[in-house]
Write a protein that binds this ligand. Structure first.
Ligand SMILES: O=C(O)c1ccccc1NCC(=O)[C@H](O)[C@H](O)COP(=O)(O)O
Length: 535
């Protein structure tokens, strides 16, 4: 029987021989066959080893043929009593055995070549090598005597090759390759690069992420040590309709991986937080019971920011790596800043920011303003968490996620009805991400993640680069003057945490930030002959 879902491009390898099982011989054939099959575009789904036993071989061939479109066996084609592959294949496909005249001629020619004389009659022992399943085609053996066997079991192509490596390789590289190239399969290309001074464990979380985000490529790390220094070779195997296409796909994923891993390792603090978050989410996936969302519907985050000339997102931030002397508990804080707040941002990261999902739920239950869940979002489960605990938008950081993972998570957020605040840390990324349709609000952070220092001058004129998304200034806005500056640089709002959390009078400060930002914005519009309509 054939598996109805059999993929003709999946392949399996069967190594036959007691000598392999008792450890007398090291099997190198399967590795070579796997490599050739992979470069031909096949997915090798299994490599199995079996003893010289007709029933065991036949059973294995049938099982492997159930799931694979191609099965290559190696070993058991010789003249001795324990060479039983031909008989086993015949048994597996339900065919009688026949003396194959073409195969006999191949054996005779080879013997003539070896002994340098005409062979009248091939003896009984050697004739055995020409007895094949009646439906089989013999495969010429350019190096040794025993012909290989090519036969089909329903849609599964079976190639039986000799166990002697040189003989096996000659058949594999010629007959088998030519036959399989007719399949018109996708081309496969592997590209690799070495990352120096890094350990495999440090890359493990990112590798896992890439395997999730790029399910159609195979990404693998190979660690090594040279003297005192450790390195990891990272390889990406991709397939495509043409070799060029596969090469391009593999190279794109590899380059993205190298860029991301170098950046993450460079920004140590972010790397530490992200790795901790990946583990935390694994734990939460098993232990956190998601509540039913209390809030009805999702509030339009962007529309709320657009209502005001200059908007303030007030952040509830109990702690942070750069230090916050927080003076406020959630309810009091919300009541204080409510009049000036266009939206709230609630930290949920527990270790460095002392945030919690409970704060998110609480704040969302006492305000009708939209809520941003502020966390290091690296896993789609966090989107479910955000929704369940009442958020209306999520933060996605370009420095943490890179382009493809970010778009994957953004699509997940959109599917939940949540909006996105995409955060970048440089102006080049502002231009790139402004074009992405899944970005609702585009924020530029003035914090240098290596030193954690904020410098709002880094945002200079950044807002003007944003044409489609809502332009938001993030971090370091402490005074009305700062609000005026970022508004004069084209930003239409600011995300403010530390200065409000540390203030004895956050309402006054927040109102002033909003007023001065709005004034600067209207002055800018008037200087361009425009009438500010939302003031
Ligand atoms: O706030 C930190 O120390 C910090 C450190 C490392 C990564 C992110 C960090 N902050 C996240 C933010 O983006 C800010 O909380 C947000 O922009 C508000 O900034 P601020 O008004 O300066 O608190």
């Amino acid at each position: 029987m054939t598996n109805p879902y059999l993929k003709k491009w999946s392949a399996a390898i069967l190594v036959i021989g007691n000598e392999v099982l008792v450890g007398r011989i090291t099997d190198t054939n399967s590795q070579k066959i796997a490599r050739v099959l992979t470069t031909l575009g096949f997915d090798v789904v299994e490599i199995r080893k079996v003893r010289d036993d007709i029933d065991a071989i036949a059973e294995a061939v049938k099982e492997l043929c159930y799931d694979a479109g191609v099965v290559i066996t190696t070993g058991g084609l010789g003249p001795t009593y324990d060479d039983v592959t031909a008989e086993a294949i015949a048994y597996a496909i339900g065919s009688p055995l026949c003396l194959n005249e073409e195969a006999l001629e191949m054996v005779r020619n080879k013997l003539r070549e070896i002994y340098g004389q005409e062979i009248e009659e091939v003896d009984e022992v050697r004739r055995k090598m020409a007895v094949l399943p009646c439906l089989a085609q013999p495969i010429p053996n350019k190096v040794g005597v025993a012909p290989g066997i090519y036969v089909k079991l329903n849609r599964c192509k079976i190639f039986s090759l000799p166990g002697v490596p040189r003989e096996m390789e000659a058949m594999l590289n010629e007959f088998v390759t030519e036959e399989l190239q007719k399949e018109n399969l996708y081309a496969k290309v592997e590209v690799c690069e070495r990352l120096e001074d890094v350990r495999e464990a440090e890359l493990a979380p990112l590798l896992k992420k890439f395997a999730e985000v790029y399910p159609d490529v195979y990404i693998k790390s190979h660690p090594g040590i040279e003297g005192e220094r450790s390195f990891v070779r990272v390889c990406v195997l991709a397939s495509g309709p043409t070799k060029e296409n596969a090469q391009e796909k593999a190279q794109k994923v590899l380059s993205e991986f190298l860029k991301r891993s170098r950046r993450r390792l460079e920004i140590e603090m972010i790397e530490e937080i992200v790795n901790y978050t990946l583990n935390r989410i694994e734990f939460e996936r098993k232990s956190l019971a998601l509540p039913k969302r209390d809030k009805k519907g999702v509030i339009d985050f962007r529309a709320s920011l657009e209502k005001d000339a200059f908007s303030i997102i007030t952040e509830f931030k109990p702690s942070s790596p750069s230090g916050v002397r927080a003076k406020w508990a959630p309810i009091d804080y919300v009541n204080e800043v409510r009049p000036c707040s266009s939206a709230f941002s609630v930290l949920t990261e527990p270790k460095w920011f002392k945030g919690s999902y409970e704060n998110l739920r609480l704040i969302s239950s006492i305000t009708d303003k939209p809520i941003l869940m502020k966390d290091f979002v690296v896993d789609p489960f966090q989107i479910d968490i955000a929704y369940a605990f009442g958020a209306d938008a999520v933060l996605l950081m370009v420095d943490v996620l890179g382009e493809d993972e970010l778009s994957y998570l953004a699509r997940k957020a959109k599917a939940r009805g949540l909006q996105t605040l995409v955060e970048v840390s440089n102006k080049e990324d502002l231009v790139i991400y402004d074009k992405k349709p899944y970005v609702d609000v585009l924020g530029m952070n003035s914090r240098d993640f290596k030193t954690l220092k904020v410098d709002i001058n880094r945002l200079h004129d950044g807002g003007f680069l944003i044409r489609r998304a809502f332009p938001l200034a993030e971090s370091g806005v402490k005074s009305p003057e700062d609000a005026m500056k970022v508004a004069s640089w084209g930003f239409r709002g600011a995300l403010v945490g530390t200065s409000l959390m540390e203030s004895n009078a956050p309402r006054e400060l927040c109102v002033e930030l909003k007023r001065k930002g709005s004034e600067a914005l209207s002055a800018r519009l008037r200087s361009r002959g425009l009438t500010p309509s939302v003031l």
